[in-house]
Each structure stands twice: as structure tokens, then as C-alpha cells.
Unconditional design. Structure first.
Length: 402
């Protein structure tokens, strides 16, 4: 009974926190048009603020991960909730591009990063048995997908009912609600530690070791493409829907479908990672994205097309997270997983910066997103191939008791 209670307490709390932080982040694309209309700053300026947010969210994770590895994750998560709430609450008072970038692109994004994948999955991995880590990563990751499913239509409904300003304040209140959930990650006296790494290895030494490993850089390259793809879609899917003459509700429902489908994708990736090599899971996930985008481009732009496209993408959306985190843990142990996985997320969000920003430039200069879709196909295919050389041991069977 001693190991079961902490597992589910950690998994459920981690999934709930990620549901809020990711649900908020993945719904901010719905605010692009209202902010642009209200402030007159221009679509490129608003897109740039969200692009900065994509980068900051990634850059914050290895920093907060290193802090969490030293002082524990709870303080980091609480600080993150306060930053996220403050950034969202102050954004409506910003009428300049600098103010928008600082509070929406830096403060809010950094706060979301402190309550995101690397901190949550790293904290859970150090507190549960090795054979349950893959499933725990998938379960926590599914929480982020559920958050997108809930927050996308909720945000759109709030914008329509009370306006975008009050809607952002409501999301800020939701961010503060994650603070009590962090209690599950407090250290318990007598609880066994399950983290491992090479004896005597420091954080700096672990980073140096990882930087010399080609497999680690393959993970970075694949995750860069993942970030480009996801940031482009969450930021500009509403614009794509609008170009097709369809109502905003289609984009909100499409984002919700992506989140719902990725619950199955995340749980499936976590479960399969216990049996199959994770590099092959990543190969098929990225390859499926390239095929899905190619099919989308030849179909008529109807609500049914967007919903079907969203469902297929959702199965692969953030299903990359459990195998990527799992591979980092396999290669280097879990003692500094929050930092090392946080660094791969930095690469993810560098890709996210370009996906969000270049999408805005594409629509301004060409009037369509066609070249972004072509780039997305090419990058997804490249990401599939770059995971093949990763040196990964064959998974050990999961004990039936687990």
C-alpha cells in the first residue's frame, strides 16, 4: 500500500496541474483576433508576443527544472502559478507591443513553464518505481490534453459571453487553483527514493555527459519539429479557419478535439513505451503527422474536414512527450531528468517560436498559410528519420504486479 498511494496521488495531481497550465497555453490562440481588434497592434505583433511566449515557456523549463532538482518541485510550481496568474491578469492593461510581449510572452509563459512537463514528469519519476514511469508520464501528459479539451471551448465561450479581458482574468483565477494540488509532491518522511544516476555525478557533469551523446541531440532535433508544428497550429488554426469563411466555433471545437484525441494518444504512447522501443514510437508519430497534413491539404475546407484533421493530429499531438522523456531517463537516469528533459523542451519551444512567428509573417505577406503547411510536412518527415539512429536498449518486461 505504501507504493500505490503515492503513485496515484502524484499521477492525478500532476495531470490536474498540467491540465490547467497547458489548457491555458494551448487556448491563447483564440485571443489573437480579439487582442488585435481591441489594441490595433497588428496580427504580426500579437503573433510575435505569443512566439516569444513559446520560446520563454521552453527556456524556463530547464531553469526551473534545475531549481526543482535542488530545492524540490513544490516551490517551483507555486511560483509558476503566481507568475502565470499575474501575466494573464495584467495583459489587458497593456496597450503597447512591449507590454504585450513582457506580460503575455514572458511572465505568463514562464509561469506556465514552471508547472509543465519537465518539472511534473521529473518530480514523479523520482518518486515512483522505474517500471511505472512510462505510464505515469503518459498519464500526466494526458492531463495536458484534457486541459486543452476543456479550456479551448471554455475560453471561446468566455470571450463571447464576457469579453476577452474578463476571460483572461478567469484563466488567471484557474491558474491560482493549481497551488493546493502541489501538496501531492511534498517530500514524505520515510518514502523510498526511486531516482538514479551515476554515483557522484553532479548536475553540471550530467549536462556535459548528455551534450556528448549523439542520441540526446537526435531527441532535440525531433522535438524542435514537434514545437514548430504545435505552436503553428495552436496560434494560427483560428486564422486558417477564418480564411475558409467558417465561424470561430469551428477552431475552438477543433482545438478541443485535438486535446481529447491526445488523451488516447498520450496514454497509448506511455503504455506502448513499456514494451516497444521509444525511438520507433517517435518515428511513427512524426511520420503520421506528415501524412495527415498532406491529406488535409487536398481535402475541401469544411467543418468536417477540420474536425477529422484535428482528431488525427490529436492522436500524435503531445504523444511525443512520454517517449522523449522516457528516452532521456533511459539514457541518463532520473536524478536530473527535470533539467535534461527541460533542455529538450527548450529545443521544442525554439521550434515553437518559429512556428508561431513565421505563421504570422506568412499570412501577412502571402495571404495564406500554404508555405507553412509545406514546411510542416518536410520537418515532420525529417523528425521521423532523425530518431532512427538513437541508441536505445530493448525494454525490460513490466512485472505483472505493476
Amino acid at each position: 500500500m505504501q507504493t500505490t498511494r503515492p503513485f496515484w496521488a502524484l499521477a492525478i495531481a500532476g495531470a490536474a496541474i498540467l491540465a490547467v497550465t497547458m489548457g491555458i497555453r494551448q487556448s491563447l490562440g483564440l485571443f489573437v483576433s480579439p487582442i488585435n481588434t481591441s489594441t490595433g497592434l497588428g496580427i504580426v505583433t500579437v503573433s510575435f508576443a505569443l512566439a516569444v511566449g513559446q520560446f520563454v515557456w521552453g527556456a524556463a523549463q530547464p531553469v526551473f527544472g534545475a531549481i526543482a532538482d535542488r530545492v524540490g518541485p513544490v516551490r517551483v510550481m507555486v511560483a509558476g502559478a503566481l507568475l502565470l496568474a499575474a501575466g494573464l491578469a495584467i495583459t489587458p492593461f497593456m496597450g503597447s507591443s512591449l507590454g504585450l510581449v513582457v506580460f503575455l510572452g514572458v511572465v505568463a509563459a514562464a509561469g506556465a513553464g514552471a508547472g509543465s512537463f519537465s518539472i511534473l514528469i521529473g518530480a514523479a519519476a523520482n518518486r515512483i518505481e522505474p517500471q511505472r514511469r512510462a505510464f505515469a508520464s503518459g498519464f500526466i501528459n494526458a492531463g495536458g490534453s484534457f486541459g486543452q479539451f476543456v479550456f479551448a471551448p471554455l475560453s471561446q465561450a468566455l470571450i463571447a459571453a464576457i469579453g476577452w479581458v474578463a476571460a483572461l482574468w478567469a484563466l488567471a483565477a484557474a491558474a491560482l487553483a493549481t497551488i493546493p494540488m502541489t501538496a501531492a509532491f511534498r517530500e514524505r518522511r520515510g518514502e523510498p527514493a526511486h531516482g538514479h544516476t551515476a554515483p557522484g555525478l553532479t548536475l553540471r557533469g550530467q549536462i556535459a555527459e548528455a551534450s556528448r551523446n549523439p542520441s540526446y541531440w537526435c531527441l532535440h532535433a525531433g522535438f524542435f519539429t514537434c514545437g514548430f508544428h504545435i505552436a503553428f497550429l495552436v496560434t494560427h488554426l483560428p486564422g486558417e479557419v477564418d480564411l475558409c469563411g467558417l465561424p470561430a466555433s469551428v477552431s475552438a471545437l477543433s482545438l478541443a478535439i485535438i486535446g481529447l484525441a491526445n488523451i488516447a494518444g498520450s496514454l497509448g504512447a506511455g503504455w506502448l513505451g513499456q514494451t516497444y522501443r521509444m525511438k520507433w514510437l517517435l518515428f511513427w508519430i512524426y511520420g503520421a503527422r506528415a501524412i495527415a497534413v498532406g491529406i488535409y491539404l487536398v481535402l475541401p475546407r469544411t467543418p468536417a474536414t477540420f474536425y477529422a484533421f484535428a482528431a488525427v493530429l490529436g492522436l500524435t499531438w503531445l504523444a511525443t512527450v512520454p517517449p522523449t522523456a522516457g528516452l532521456v531517463g533511459k539514457l541518463f537516469g532520473t536524478r536530473f531528468l527535470a533539467t535534461l528533459f527541460g533542455l529538450t523542451l527548450l529545443s521544442h519551444q525554439i521550434g515553437g517560436f518559429f512556428g508561431a512567428w513565421l505563421g504570422g509573417l506568412a499570412i501577412q505577406h502571402t495571404g495564406s498559410y500554404d508555405w507553412m503547411w509545406y514546411a510542416d510536412i518536410a520537418l515532420a518527415a525529417t523528425a521521423a528519420l532523425v530518431n532512427v539512429p538513437i541508441r536505445e536498449a530493448v525494454p525490460q518486461p513490466v512485472p505483472k504486479a505493476a
